[in-house]
Design a protein around this ligand. Structure first.
Ligand SMILES: *[C@@H]1O[C@H](CO)[C@@H](O)[C@H](O)[C@H]1NC(C)=O
Length: 401
């Protein structure tokens, strides 16, 4: 009897194992198709805002007419769905006019009073927001994130956020090139339609958005003459997609390819199938080398929570090394840099640790927080302070207003 039970259990176990291996192999096979890759990397069909109408930002917790939904048109692709968000103290001072305005989607944003508040103030600051994979401008921790971005100067700091093609109400299909073109279009809208100069623009990004931010920042830094913004913030950045999928866990539990990372040959082989690599480690280096060569002032802040289980914070540590490496003519090995890091890190106890790397032109800052997860971190004061630190350093007069 006992023997039979053991036999049956064993048989079941091996069937189960076979099914599991089969599924896993199937998943890997699927992974080599670009359709599957696009859905895994961008997760754009996961909206998370089905029950709220993006054209009614009030239903996401905004004041009436504080947020203007509108579309940024392009000659190349479809329109991009965007939100312009007023900071709260500026709102208070103009509340009566704003309440008398129509709310909801603006087919001509330039006719809205909120837009005039953005264009007419020569002291305005604009945070352009590049969100991560999945969802829309209204999803999850993005709304508290917008509040944190402008909390340091609620008279001056506006936020512009948008959905890339294929996300939310922006038509199309996501791709590396497409997302970069979309983000460039938004930045150009800010500079040329809203008339905010790059010295008063800060680009904030999280997760997948950090890769877009770096691609766009490098693109503008390589223009002639170069265009460099007041600064950039990267929350939960990653080295590149092949490394990311080897370490990424969907919803923190399902490792897509983690077991594979233990088999480097197989990992390298499968990586050759990944078409859109998002090489942030190279782009951050390209951006920094361009600024150092052009003697352009630049500021980058990298932030990552150590308890982020979607993207391990080790990614940011290595991205940071690539950034620092790019400031040195002969470079620095990871081991050498690790030594430097031990001595120059500022330990903040339960708040984590901070390190700054200064050159004649730039400041690259790395903040590793003990807590904050992947998303929650975006609404925290550390974000408000990171914005203010960059804006105040870019223009000392701004800090004492
Ligand atoms: C570090 O910088 C050096 C000098 O620019 C370069 O040759 C090297 O490839 C860089 N290392 C990495 C890992 O990018």
């Amino acid at each position: 009897m006992m023997g039979n039970v053991a036999y049956l259990t064993l048989k079941h176990a091996s069937t189960l194992a076979a099914v599991f291996v089969g599924l896993y192999a199937g998943l890997l096979g699927l992974f080599t198709t670009s359709f599957f890759q696009a859905h895994v990397v961008y997760l754009h069909k996961i909206q998370m805002t089905w029950f709220n109408d993006l054209d009614v930002p009030e239903s996401f917790g905004f004041l009436r007419s504080q947020t203007t939904p509108f579309a940024i048109k392009s000659s190349a692709g479809g329109p991009l769905y965007a939100w312009h968000i007023l900071p709260v103290e500026l709102y208070r001072q103009h509340e009566a006019v704003l309440l008398a305005e129509p709310s909801g989607f603006a087919s001509d944003i330039t006719s809205r009073f909120a837009f005039k508040l953005l264009c007419d103030d020569p002291d305005v600051r604009l945070v352009i927001h590049m969100h991560g994979a999945a969802g829309t401008v209204g999803s999850g921790y993005r709304v508290p994130n917008y509040r944190a971005l402008s909390a340091g100067q609620p008279m001056k700091i506006h936020v512009l956020t948008f959905d890339y093609r294929g996300f939310g109400r922006s038509p199309g299909t996501p791709s590396e090139r497409g997302l970069c073109l979309d983000a460039i279009l938004v930045v150009e809208w800010a500079m040329h339609v809203a008339g905010v100069p790059p010295s008063r623009i800060l680009i904030f990004s999280q997760s997948l958005g950090t890769a877009v931010n770096l691609a766009v920042s490098e693109h503008f830094a390589l223009q002639s003459p170069p265009i460099v913004f007041a600064g950039g913030i990267l929350v939960a950045s990653f080295l590149d997609v092949p490394t990311l999928v080897a370490t990424y866990r969907v919803a923190g539990t399902i490792p897509i390819r983690s077991p594979l990372a233990r088999f480097p040959l197989l990992f390298n082989y499968l990586s050759t199938f990944i078409k859109e690599k998002w090489l942030s480690k190279d782009r951050i280096a390209g951006y920094i080398r361009a600024n150092e060569a052009n003697k352009e002032k630049y500021q980058l802040t990298l932030i990552h929570a150590e308890d982020d289980y979607d993207i391990p914070s080790h990614h940011t540590e290595v991205v940071y090394w690539h950034a620092v490496n790019a400031t040195m003519p002969r470079g620095i090995t990871y081991e050498e840099f690790h030594e430097v890091r031990q001595h120059s890190r500022n330990d903040l106890g339960a708040a984590g640790s901070v390190m700054e790397w200064r050159t004649k032109n730039g400041l690259i800052r790395e903040e590793l927080l003990k807590t904050g997860l992947h998303d929650v971190i975006m609404g925290n004061p550390v974000i408000t302070l990171a914005v203010m630190r960059i804006l105040a350093a870019a223009d000392p007069a701004f800090a004492i207003q």
